[in-house]
Structure formats: C-alpha cells, structure tokens
Design a protein around this ligand. Structure first.
Ligand SMILES: Cc1cc2nc3c(=O)[nH]c(=O)nc-3n(C[C@H](O)[C@H](O)[C@H](O)COP(=O)(O)OP(=O)(O)OC[C@H]3O[C@@H](n4cnc5c(N)ncnc54)[C@H](O)[C@@H]3O)c2cc1C
Length: 530
C-alpha cells in the first residue's frame, strides 16, 4: 500500500492541471490513469502509418489560452516543451457554388473576405468583435472560478458595459443572433459554423454568446495547436508534476474509491493495488460512472437523481487519413492549403443536421464538416511532404438499431463523407490516401470512458447542465457529497474542451479547503503538507 496526500483519478488535461498546482503547493501527489497513456482526449497517436502523428480527439487548444494558467504562464509549461503554433489562415470555408470565405489573422483581411458577399456584414463583424470586447471579461471571469448562482450571473451581466443588451444576447439562441446580425446566406453559414465548434446546439436558448466568443476567440488566437500534437500539453503537465515531486502512473484503471465514515480515503486499481489518500481524492471519472466506483450507498438521493438526469452532448464521427499531399481548398485567390477548413452550406443545412441527429438518423445529404491538416504548419506530424488529415462530422451515437450498429456501417459512412467533402478540394481523391482510421461515436467512447455515449464534452451544456447546475445542482463547487472527494473535468463547470478551467477552478477549491491556495502554488511557497 502507498500513501499520498492527494490521489488524482484519471489523467485528462484537467486533472493534470489540478495535480500540477497541488504538487507546486507542496502536496505529495499521485495521478492514476486507466489507459496506457496520459491525456484522455488530448493525446496524439500514430493511428494510420508510422511517422503520422494524429490527434484522435482534440486538436485546437483555444479555450485554454484565456485561462490564467496560460495567460500568466503560471505553470511555465513552455519549459517542458509546450509550444503553440498560430495558423494563418485561421480557417477557410469553401462552398459548393465555388465561392469561399476565409478567416485570416488580420481582421482587415477577414473583413475584406466578408465584404465580397456583403459590405454590411463586414461592418456587422467589426461590431460583433467590439461587442465581445465589452462582454469578454464577464464571461471569462465566470468561467475561471467556481459557478455562482443564476441571480448573481444576471446581476453581473446587467452591471456590465452592455448591460441589458448583454443579458438579451445571453438569453437568445446563437442562430437568432447570426440571423439578426448578418444578411448574406454564405456569411450566415460561416458564423453559424464557427459558433458551433464546441458542439452546443445553436437553436437552444442561452446559446447566444457562442456566436460571439467562438468567432472572436479564433480571430484572436487563430486555430491554435501545439507543435508535436495535442499530447504535448499533458506531457508538459506531467513533467511539471514530476519536477515538483509528484508521480504519474498509467495502466491503473480505478475500480474503487474507498469511503470510510463518509470520507474518501483510498483508491483501488484493477491490478489489485491500493493507494491511500491522506488529504483528498480528485476525480475526473465521468459522473455517470462515479456512483459505481464510490458505491451508491455513499451518495445522497438528490445527487444520484441529478446524475440520472444527465444528458450527453452532440457527438462526432471522425476519420483520420495519412495523405501523400495536403488537400487544397478553393479560396478567393485560388487553391490553397489550410490547417482548418469548415463546411456548412447554409443555415437550413445546419437545421437539417440537428433534426437528423435528434431523430437518431444518419443524414449524409449536406454534412457539416470540420477538417484539419495540422501538418501544413507542423512538420513534426508527418514524414517530409506527407500530411495528416482529420475529417470530423456530427452524427448520432444512438441509432435505431443501437450504437453497436456503428461497427457495421462506419466504413461505408466514412467513404460517403469523403465523397461529399471531395468537391471542396479538387485534389482530394482516393489516389492521395495512403491509409485511414475511422472512429465512430461508439469508438470514441471505447477510447475514453469519459466520452460517455460518445459525448466528448462530458455532457450537454444546456442551461440545466451549465454553471450552477453542473454536474448537479448543489454540487457545482467541485466538492462532492463525500468528504475529501472532489470532481473536476468536462462534467464540471465550465464544461468540456481544452480549457483547463475545470482543473484550475477545482484546484482553487481543494487547495483552499486544505489550507493552501493557488497563489501559494504559483509563487512556489511550499507548505507543510501533512
Ligand atoms: C473527437 C474529439 C475532438 C475534439 N476536439 C476538440 C478540439 O479541437 N478542441 C477542444 O477544445 N476540445 C476538443 N474536444 C473536447 C476535449 O478534448 C475534451 O472535452 C477535453 O479534453 C476533456 O478533458 P478532461 O480533462 O475533462 O478529461 P478527459 O480528456 O476525458 O480525460 C479523462 C481521463 O480519465 C481517465 N479515466 C476515466 N475513468 C477512469 C478510471 N476509472 N480509472 C482511471 N482513469 C480513468 C480516462 O482514461 C481519461 O484519460 C474533442 C473531443 C473529441 C472526442
């Protein structure tokens, strides 16, 4: 049996962030990961051929850029080899009629793209960015700390520079915002697509802010990605933990969190090991699985009822390709490669995608695409002259025949999607495909149990599963009903994506409970840990 101050269950980037602060605050830290590698949904693997390094899940590391962790370089991850690349163009969106809109790092150049369709829409984009500047602090502050009650959220919003206008933006759906602000159909599709990139259904109430934050975030940081693949973030975090005396172990699936006298005391793993936690256990195990691991009898009925109501998010279908050349997309000045491309023909196509999704139907008529070629900017990801290409579309986990049906149909679905995508990049044909790897929504769940029902953001970010209500009303402070057991990760505020915010927010809470603080961790003031 081994003893630690704090045991971290799962090595996704959020739990690694939390562990890094704890190690820096002087606690004896152990991180246990069930898979054979760390990172969860932020990892990189040779999925197709040797030398082709793919990101099976996340590629863009945008949301973490506004986290004080990165903004203030609190964990000095650059010392551990984390280096970000800023593609230009940010992304391009070709349409089947031969036109295209491209977001460039230079906002003037982006506006010129929009003005080709509608000068008024170019002005509307400037206004959207200006409005976001007036709202960003409220939203970023909210995201970077434990959730506050809805009445306080409203009070802070009303007190913001945009006041009532900001509140009505927050209440609206993103689709309504896009329709209200932009006139041209191509431009509307462009802004709906970017607003959708955290998979929040844009027709839901309270999704309005997505129409601002995603576009402004990409305009500011580009489609930012780590050199060497997504795995560079967890690797840098693990090095920081180890440099500060912590331990990270892989292939340690947790089967039990022991609870004695209402307090979480130890973690047991599949291989029969037990790790005692003298001060706390921090879990990133999906909330749907947590009860089975701590024992339902240790959780109150209202918590269990809240977890029973938990709903998944929209899900992705992903094919990874090793290519002999980079796809070249139609852009205003001719064909060009771009790290990121998007495809959405119209708002109607978006609505059709959501309807099919909600009905559990696979509709491949006008798919919505996100396609990434990181090797365009990052030569470390593929052999010289070759490329990694990831094609994401949005298809349901639940099928009428059951999710297992994906195993029968996934290759055919992937082939059909490839045919649908090809007209947008004339050189994208089977002749440049060297190998491929297909992940259905079911495969994404098999890859990482935290992708419950294929849901890659922990679960839906609907109003009833956001902020004060995430994961369960009354338990959104990262504490759980079990003393000494904390919960972080995508199931907690502010939800999924590579933001590191659930991890840092959770660290703020448990460090305070344990008589330390983030400040102490960051300044390196070590405390007597026991
Ligand atoms: C296909 C796909 C594409 C995505 N693209 C992006 C993107 O480009 N940008 C972006 O911001 N976000 C993206 N996301 C979402 C984002 O990657 C995730 O929301 C985020 O990485 C979740 O991080 P996390 O720290 O909460 O947990 P995870 O990364 O889910 O990690 C949880 C870890 O806990 C481990 N674990 C679970 N149960 C146990 C157990 N019992 N014992 C031991 N270990 C356990 C898991 O193995 C896993 O390693 C994508 C997700 C997917 C699936």
């Amino acid at each position: 049996m081994s003893r630690y101050d704090i045991v971290f269950a799962g090595a996704g980037h959020n739990n690694l962030v939390a562990a890094a602060y704890a190690a820096r605050a002087g606690f004896r830290v152990l991180v246990l990961e069930g898979a054979s590698r760390i990172g969860g949904d932020t990892t990189s693997e040779e999925l197709t051929l040797p030398g082709f390094l793919h990101d099976p899940c996340a590629t863009a590391h945008n949301l973490i850029q506004s986290n004080p962790l990165m903004r203030n370089n609190e964990l000095e991850l650059d010392r551990h080899g984390l280096k970000y690349l800023y593609p230009d163009p940010v992304f391009t969106m070709p349409f089947l009629d031969g036109s295209s809109i491209t977001m460039w790092r230079d906002v003037e150049r982006t506006c010129a793209e929009l003005a080709r369709f509608s000068p008024a829409d170019a002005l509307a984009y400037r206004q959207l960015l200006a409005d976001w500047d007036l709202m960003a602090k409220v939203i970023n502050d909210e995201r970077a700390s434990a959730p506050i009650p809805p009445v306080e959220v409203i009070a802070r919003t009303m007190a913001s520079p945009l006041g009532e206008k900001m509140q009505s933006i927050r209440d609206a759906s993103a689709i309504d915002i896009v329709k209200e602000r932009f006139r041209d159909d191509h431009v509307r599709a462009f802004f709906a697509w970017i607003a959708f990139m955290t998979l929040h259904p844009l027709d839901e109430p309270e999704s309005g802010i997505m129409a601002f934050s995603l576009a402004a975030g990409r305009q500011r940081f580009s489609w930012i990605l780590p050199e060497g693949g997504s795995i560079r973030l967890p690797l840098a975090l693990a090095r920081d933990i180890e440099e500060h005396g912590g331990t990270v172990l892989t292939s340690k699936r947790i089967t039990r969190i022991a609870v004695e006298g209402g307090r979480a005391t130890a973690v047991k793993t599949e291989d029969g090991s037990t790790y005692e936690a003298d001060r706390a256990i921090v879990s990133t195990i999906h909330v749907k699985h947590l009860a089975g691991i701590v024992g339902e009898q240790n959780l109150p009925a209202d918590y269990l009822a809240g977890v029973a109501r938990w709903q998944p998010n929209l899900t992705m279908f992903v094919t990874h390709y090793a290519l002999s050349e980079a796809p070249r997309f139609r852009m205003a000045d001719g064909l060009g490669a771009s790290v990121t491309m998007g495809a959405l023909e119209s708002l109607d196509a978006y609505t059709a995608m959501l309807s099919a999704f909600r009905a559990g139907r696979i509709d491949l008529e006008e798919p919505v695409f996100l396609a990434l070629t990181p090797s365009v900017i990052d030569a470390t990801r593929a052999p010289a002259g070759k490329h990694t290409f990831k094609v994401v579309s949005f298809l349901p986990y639940e099928l009428k025949q059951g999710p297992e049906h994906w195993d029968t149909i996934k290759q055919d679905v992937s082939n059909e999607l490839f045919e649908r995508l090809s007209p947008l990049a004339p050189n994208l044909s089977r002749s440049i495909v060297m190998a491929e790897h297909v992940d259905s929504p079911l495969d994404l769940e098999r890859r990482n149990s935290a992708n419950w029902r294929g849901s890659c953001h922990g679960g839906a970010n609907s109003p009833e599963q956001s902020g004060f209500f995430r994961p369960v009303e009354g338990w959104s402070s990262y504490r759980t009903p079990i003393e000494g057991l904390y919960q972080t990760g995508a199931c907690t505020h502010p939800g999924g994506s590579v933001s590191g915010l659930p991890g840092r927010n959770c660290a703020e809470v448990f460090l305070r409970d344990l008589g330390s603080s983030l400040d102490e961790a960051v300044s390196g003031t070590r405390i007597a840990a026991s």
